[in-house]
Structures are given as C-alpha cells and as structure tokens.
Design a protein around this ligand. Sequence first.
Ligand SMILES: [Fe+2]
Length: 364
Amino acid sequence: MSFFMPTKLYSGRDCIKNNASVFSAFGKKALIVTGRTSAKASGALDDIISVLQKDNIAYDIFDKVLNNPTVENCYEGGMLAKKSNVDFIVAIGGGSPLDASKAIAMYATNDIEPLDIFLGEQKNKPLSIIAVPTTAGTGSEVTQYSVLTVDSEETKKSFSTNDTFATVAFLDARYTESLPLGITIDTAVDALSHSLESILNKRTNKFSELYAKEALKLIGKAIPALISGDITFEIREILLLASMYAGVSIAQTGTTVVHSMGYPLTYYKGLTHGNANGLLLSSFLEGCDKANHSLVNELLGYLGLEDLNEFDEVLKKLMPNRNILTNEEAKKFASKTIKAKNVASCIWDITEAEEYSFFAKLTK
Ligand SMILES: [Fe+2]
C-alpha cells in the first residue's frame, strides 16, 4: 500500500495574491500555458500576471491549448518553452491546459519525438509546474496524469511520471464562477466518476479510499444545486474541493473502464470528457453492484441516494441527451476499448459483450 501526492496546495479566496512570494523560488521566467478563453474569463490570468510582474518574473504565454489537446499541440508548446528558455510553467485552465502543461514541461527539457512522451520517464526531469484550475472536476492539479489525443491511433492516451505532478496548485473557487452550467455539471460528473472508479477498482487502498469517499460526500451535497442550476459560491467551493480529493484518489489508483470507454465518445462523437463518463456511470455501477453490492450501497449512501435507480435518475436529469450512437459504433467502441489498459482494474472481469451492452444503451 502506498500514497504519494507531492503537490503543495494553497486554497481559498485570493490565494494567489495572498501567496505571491511562492513564485520567485521557481525562477526568472515563466511560460503561462492556457486555452483561448477560460484563463482570461475567470480572472486567473490577470491575477497570475500581476504577481509575476510584482516579483519581476518575465513570462511568455502559450494560449493555444486545444480542447482535448493533441501530442502535436503540446509539442508546439514545448518548443516554445525551449526557445523562450523558461524556468517553469504556470498552467491555467481546465483539464486540457493542465494536462497539456505536463507534456509541455517534458518536451521542454528532453529532445524527444512527440509520441515518445508515452515511454514515461525521460532522461531529464520536466520543468516545474504551478497549476491553477478554473474548472472543478479534472483534479489534474493533484495528479501525475496527462491525457492527450493521439490522432494516429484515433484515441486518447495518458502518460505519467512521479515528476509530472504540479509542484504547487492554487485552488480559488472564484475562477470557476464564470463557467456555464453545462460545463459545471460535466466537470462535476468527471469528479464523481473519478471517486467511484477509484474505489470500485482493484487498485484501491485505505489511503485513496479516504479521499474518494470524502469527495462523494461533497458531491452528494452539491447534487441538488447541479440539478436546479442554482450554483452558489459555497457550492463552487465544495465542488473544487471534491474535484481535488477525487484527483488525489485517482493519483493512487488510476481510473477504470468508465474512462477507457468514455474516450471514443469524446474522440468520435465530440462529447465533453465529463459527459462521456456520465453516460456510462449507471451501467458501470450496475456491474459493480453484482460484484460487490454492499460497497455500491455504501457509496450511494455517501451521495445521499437510495439506490441505483435514483442514481440513474440523477444522471439522466444532469445529462438528458443519450441516444447518440449507431449500433455499428457501439460494436466498434466495445472492441476498441476492451483492450485499454485501465480495463484490468475493473472489480469484475468485464467482457467485450458487456462493454457493448453499455454502449448499446446509448444507441438511437
Ligand atoms: Fe476524468
């Protein structure tokens, strides 16, 4: 049994401004890594630039991170980091910029081909990362994982090393206030998926369980607000904390079939990552229930839900659009995802036929 989470966390309103002295220890020049809009809209970019300027830290900005970033997209960022000779990275955004920053940090210090990133450990350590999440769901600020799109294999793949955890993360729920309701829901469901997949996982342990169970209790508190759409600041703080706890738990265990099966729904059908997971969660819990009914019951209790039916009703309210696949797609996705490495962590030996039956529930 082991537990590893080396990221130093600062949380609360204005935590960046209140801890501005943290930045100077990282060097004289930063690369800010972000997407096109969220860093600016959230106010996080302005806060970061103001503390960097105060500390006389120069910076370049790479704001071209795509939704579901490709390896080539991250390689471009890595080449900019090299050319600009930066000392560290400040990643601002949702899962896409945060995950991309880990690859950019690795490309910046190693002369490797884009796809060599999946070999894992490299000759040189990556640049240090300061992470500022602007969504509450990915947990990427406290995980070693970087999930990247690989067009040549028509899927998403992850790489991780012990050095790809962010060194510091700032959790300020103000940065999630500008998110539309749909993204708030989808990202919250990603955190829900992380918590469930971490516990209902062959690799779960007492340490990871602590965090995953706490995350479920927090998400349970937020479910009525997610359904009504009345997302107060207090709820945003709860969701950001839940996302972080769930991230700490998957950093120990990894995810399992829901994430593996969700990737084709994102790659081929354009669903957001959280939405893709959400459409598969009820089927996953039903399968887990056959393998370990008392555990599934306990977890539903943390969410404040009676049974699997109520869980399914909640997911259907949050994500009503379900008839999205053809039968051919359901077959193709099952045959593709049964080979994914996270499938082995499933608490029962899931078959291709079962995966097909999960996808078949989403057919037109
Ligand atoms: Fe996820």
